[in-house]
Design a protein around this ligand. Structure first.
Ligand code: A3P
Length: 308
């Protein structure tokens, strides 16, 4: 009810947010049934904004005393299998009861916009670590991801770059409109910075050590002086780097199965550059986009870095 189908029926609109039709039920289930704990740490992101990186980092920070870096589960398991996506892992089949993730604090991720998170998250004191990325790199990264994966060819992602960009500018994109998703978490961060940490992919690229410390402090798992001296932060940074993750066997050959979809692990790791959009978008596209972004973000205090 109230669902407006576009894009050949693949996307639907629910409460001012666009999502893949097949994700709607799991998202609604997670909204309804997830019970947050005050100690939970949630990593909300738009896909293609650094989710995989942030999952690897938060998982490593949290588990660094349980297993040494050279025995990290990340060496043999894709980050998406270690930090489950709430709406996929638990609520696709409504068997969330038996799927309780064993770590404490529990670490989960989600792509759901702030206003559609489960009430239980809003009412609890759980912490959220949001990461976003400049919208043009986000758009290009997403396009490659869609083209790369079989779930798209099966549905046939038939839109040209121009058509797809037009949809993106109109806000009709998975988990979009982009600006609303980002502003939802940005405003939540401004209102309560102790509950919502707001990160940008470009900042992590610029100074990853500083950001790993920031993330660890926010999680309540700050590094001791001794750990800093022993180079634990640098080890985590190296383990979670794109170069390292990309060459691991599991990420070269494996498949991530999120119940609703299957995704090639290798498709999560591409270039990881700031400014790749400039290789694909025309000056006209950029001009149109700049105008929209300026209007959308006006007065918010939020801005993005578009090149290195
Ligand atoms: P590009 O397509 O621009 O290369 P997500 O993890 O949210 O799906 O985002 C994927 C994007 O993050 C891809 O960007 C990918 O290359 C990049 N990425 C994945 N793992 C990374 C890592 N460990 N470090 C830095 N960037 C990473």
């Amino acid at each position: 009810q109230g669902i407006n189908m576009v894009d050949g029926g693949r996307l639907c609109n629910y409460n001012n947010f666009w999502c893949r039709v097949r994700f709607l039920r799991p998202i609604l289930n997670s909204q309804k049934y997830f019970k947050a704990h005050d100690t939970d740490i949630i990593v909300p992101t738009l896909p293609k904004s650094g989710t995989t990186w942030l999952k690897a980092l938060t998982f490593s920070i949290l588990n660094r005393t349980i297993c040494s870096i050279n025995q990290s589960p990340l060496l043999t398991t894709n980050p998406h299998d270690l930090v489950p996506q709430l709406e996929l892992k638990f609520f696709a089949n409504l068997d969330h009861e038996k799927n309780i993730f064993p770590t404490s604090p529990r670490l989960y991720a989600t792509h759901v916009p702030y206003h559609l998170l489960s009430n239980s998250i809003h009412e609890s004191n759980c912490r959220m670590i949001y990461i976003c990325r400049n919208p043009l790199d986000y758009f290009i990264s997403y396009r490659f991801f869609l083209l790369e994966n079989e779930f798209e060819s099966e549905e046939k992602h038939s839109l040209s770059l121009e058509e797809s960009f037009d949809m993106f500018c109109r806000g009709i994109y998975p988990y979009g409109p982009f600006w609303d998703h980002v502003l939802g978490y940005w405003n939540a961060h401004l209102k309560n910075p102790d509950r919502v940490l707001f990160l940008k992919y470009e900042d992590l690229k610029e100074d990853i050590v500083l950001n790993v410390k920031k993330i660890a402090d926010f999680m309540g798992f700050g590094f001791s002086e001794d750990e800093e001296k022993r180079g634990v932060i640098e080890e985590i940074v190296k383990l979670c780097s794109l170069e390292n993750m990309k060459k691991l066997e599991v990420n070269k050959t494996g498949v991530f199965s999120g119940s609703v979809i299957e995704v090639k692990n290798c498709s999560f790791f591409r270039k990881g550059e700031v400014g790749d959009w400039a290789n694909y978008l025309t000056p006209e596209m950029i001009e149109r986009f700049d105008k929209i972004t300026e209007a959308k973000l006006q007065g918010s205090g939020l801005n993005f870095k578009y090149s290195d």
